[in-house]
Design a protein around this ligand. Structure first.
Ligand SMILES: [Zn+2]
Length: 214
C-alpha cells in the first residue's frame, strides 16, 4: 500500500467511526504504523473535510511532519507502536457505552465469552489522566498489557489491530460488549464466567481464529 493509499484508508476509518456511531464529531483519532513511525489523524479537523495531506506523519521521537498538528493523543499512539511490535493500527473513540462504563471507572469483566476477542478475560479501564499527557499514555499502555483493547477512565476506549480494518472491527466489538454489559447491569448483577472457562475460550480463539461462533 502506498503512503497516499494509507492516508486515504486512515480518513475512511475515521469517517466510518462516525458513520457507525462509535464516535461523534472530532473526538477520537486513528493511526497506522509506517516504518519506524506512524501516520495519525490531525488535531481539531472534521473528518469529512480532512484531505490525505492533512494526515500527519510522526517519528518515533515525536516529531510531526505535515501541514497540520497531529492529534493531541499522538503520545499514546507512539508509545503503543514502540511497545507492541505486532500492532499496525490504532483506533481511539469516545463511543457511548464504553465511555459510560469508563466514566464509572469500570472495565468490562467476563460477563460474556466474547470478551476474549480483546485478548484476555477482561477489558481493563485505565485510571484517569489528562488527555494528551504522558501519564495517560503510561496508564493506557499498562491497561493494554496482554490485551488488544482498553477503556480510559472518564474518556473513552482504545482498540489496536494488525490493520486499520481489524482495529476498527475490534472497536465495534468492544462497544457492543460495553452496551450488553450496561444493559445487563440495568436489571441485575451479570453472572461472570469463571477464569477456567475463559482460558478454554481463549484457547479456542487462538486455535480457530476469531471466526469461531460468529
Ligand atoms: Zn479521546
Amino acid at each position: 500500500m502506498t503512503d497516499l493509499e494509507l492516508r486515504r484508508e486512515i480518513i475512511a476509518t475515521a469517517l466510518a467511526m462516525n458513520e457507525i456511531r462509535i464516535n461523534r464529531g472530532k473526538s477520537g483519532n486513528v493511526s497506522a504504523r509506517v516504518g519506524a513511525g506512524f501516520l495519525v489523524t490531525p488535531s481539531a479537523l472534521a473528518y469529512d473535510s480532512t484531505q490525505p495531506e492533512d494526515v500527519v506523519a510522526v517519528s518515533p521521537g515525536g516529531e510531526a511532519t505535515g501541514r497540520r498538528p497531529p492529534s493531541s493523543e499522538w503520545r499514546f499512539h507512539r508509545d503503543i507502536y514502540f511497545a507492541r511490535s505486532e500492532v499496525m493500527a490504532i483506533v481511539h473513540a469516545h463511543s457511548p457505552f464504553a465511555t459510560t462504563l469508563a466514566c464509572l471507572g469500570r472495565g468490562i469483566p467476563a460477563f460474556h465469552y466474547m470478551i476474549a476477542i480483546a485478548g484476555g478475560s477482561d477489558i481493563r479501564c485505565a485510571p484517569y489522566a489528562t488527555f494528551g499527557t504522558q501519564e495517560l499514555s503510561d496508564a493506557a499502555l499498562a491497561a493494554l498489557t496482554d490485551r488488544r483493547a482498553c477503556l480510559l477512565a472518564n474518556h473513552g476506549m482504545i482498540a489496536v489491530g494488525d490493520s486499520l480494518a481489524s482495529a476498527l472491527a475490534l472497536a465495534v466489538e468492544v462497544e457492543a460488549l460495553a452496551e450488553q454489559y450496561w444493559r445487563a447491569l440495568q436489571i441485575g448483577e451479570p453472572k461472570l464466567l469463571p477464569e477456567a472457562e475463559m482460558e478454554r475460550v481463549l484457547e479456542k480463539f487462538r486455535t480457530y481464529g476469531r471466526n469461531v461462533e460468529q
